[in-house]
Design a protein around this ligand. Structure first.
Ligand code: GAL
Length: 425
């Protein structure tokens, strides 16, 4: 009942819902209003699609009269989707809603006038009380709120293959307690003839970099990288980049042609020992039938502070969306306790709502709930929480050049410092 009321309150919803479906269910474009809602994400395959499917199932129960149109564009972390989205927005062809990260990434769309304030949705659904302050502040700009979160992911997790570690004489049940110990383990693994650390294309390398920066700098200095209070050309950043260089030296050389599921797969296949990746990886392990502890282990890259590398997926109401009432229905589903429960169970993330009972969540997600509540929060670079799309793209390019051997460490650090100076100006 709540949902039907929501559409009435939103004005004009029922009229729109009564129209015949005329969207393009082929998945590219469509969204011409009527009785459909085109949802643009990058959850196109594997465990990510399974997460989206879980959400779509709840949507079909809550809004049986609205057709879901899948506008997913493949490529982890939106590596292909974001460019495609920008072309569509600039061409005046927005989907009904699109996935965006809470935080600095959202500001790009806000500044360009591409998304609309959804404060009224928060008021009607009581969402200000449902989400934690940490998250609300990353969704808010000048007092307005521009998107609705579906989940919270953690970016700074080291995943390990229990079998590969054991085979190399490393006890998987005892995580390393310092960066030096972790680096020694990588040497041991290399000597054992396995890939010590799997990684994939540029954005996953940035994901690795941010986890190292968090561990080496600690929360306060890491967060200072994004407000100018920590210098990117400081000695502590040099140390982190040295660790990054060492780790990249221990990765698979075919990395640039791979996406995150390929790097995770190397642990599943037993050809690599470790992978640093966001906790969507746990959904891939589960999908492959692996069990925590017995088959895979996880821990935070060791450092001075206990840190939760934060990111959240959220959904927007684009300016000029063909079917804004359909969008509002989607926002209702993804923010509802039912939607958040179904989605996050499948996705490896934790509910953004604080009132969803996570007692039935698997072991890994329970640990993420605890970490989010107790540890320091640091915004992810690779997933739009700390940096704008432009800043992230520049970091990714500089990182690719460095890992491809086209720049040395000093030039890389200088490039990162220059990029920060430009973006903080
Ligand atoms: C992140 C996104 C996650 C997951 C990941 C890999 O940016 O927030 O939900 O999809 O990319 O594609």
């Amino acid at each position: 009942m709540r949902r039907r009321n929501f559409l009435i309150l939103s004005g004009g919803g029922l009229a729109a819902v009564g129209l015949a479906a005329c969207g393009d269910s082929g998945g590219s474009g469509g969204g011409d209003g009527g009785n459909s809602v085109e949802v643009f994400t990058w959850w196109a395959a594997g465990s990510e699609k399974a997460g989206l499917d879980a959400l779509v199932e709840v949507f079909a129960e809550q809004y049986p009269d609205i057709e879901f149109v899948n506008g997913a564009v493949a490529g982890g972390a939106g590596s292909a989707a974001k460019d495609m989205l920008q072309s569509r927005l600039q061409a005046g062809d927005p989907p009904d809603t699109f996935q965006a990260h809470a935080g600095a990434e959202l500001n790009d769309y806000i500044d360009a006038g591409q998304i609309v304030d959804v404060s009224d949705v928060y008021d009607e659904l009581g969402l200000r009380e449902a989400f934690p302050e940490t998250l609300l502040e990353r969704l808010t700009a000048d007092g307005a709120i521009y998107s609705v979160p579906s989940n919270i992911h953690r970016s700074n997790v080291v995943w390990g293959s229990a079998a590969v570690l054991t085979e190399a004489g490393i006890d998987p049940a005892t995580p390393p307690t310092s960066m030096d110990e972790f680096l020694e383990q990588l040497d041991t693994l290399a000597a054992a003839g396995v890939t010590p650390l799997s990684v994939a294309a540029a954005w996953t390398q940035v994901n690795l970099l941010e986890a190292i920066l968090m561990a080496d700098l600690g929360a306060a200095a890491y967060n200072g990288l994004f407000d100018g209070s920590t210098a990117w050309d400081s000695a502590e950043v040099t140390t982190a980049l040295e660790h990054f260089q060492t780790m990249i030296g221990h990765t698979n050389t075919d990395r640039d042609g791979l996406d995150w599921p390929d790097a995770t797969q190397q642990l599943i296949d037993g050809t690599a020992a470790y992978n640093v990746m966001g906790d969507w990886a746990v959904a891939a392990f589960d999908e492959a039938g692996l069990a925590p502890a017995d088959d895979y282990v996880y821990f935070e890259l060791p450092g001075a502070d206990k840190i939760f590398g934060f990111l959240a997926d959220s959904f927007t109401l684009p300016e000029g969306a063909p079917n804004p009432e359909g969008t509002r229905a989607w926002l209702d589903t993804i923010s509802s306790p039912e939607g958040q429960l179904a989605f996050n169970l499948a996705k490896g993330s934790i509910p953004a709502r604080t009132d969803v009972d996570t007692a039935e969540f698997p072991e890994y997600q329970q640990s993420a709930v605890t970490s989010f509540a107790e540890d320091e929060i640091c915004s992810s670079i690779a997933h739009g929480a700390a940096t704008s799309v432009g800043w992230l793209n520049a970091i990714s390019d500089a990182t690719s050049q460095f890992t491809a051997g086209a720049s040395d460490l000093a030039a890389y650090q200088q490039a990162l410092a220059d990029i920060a100076a430009e973006n903080l100006a």
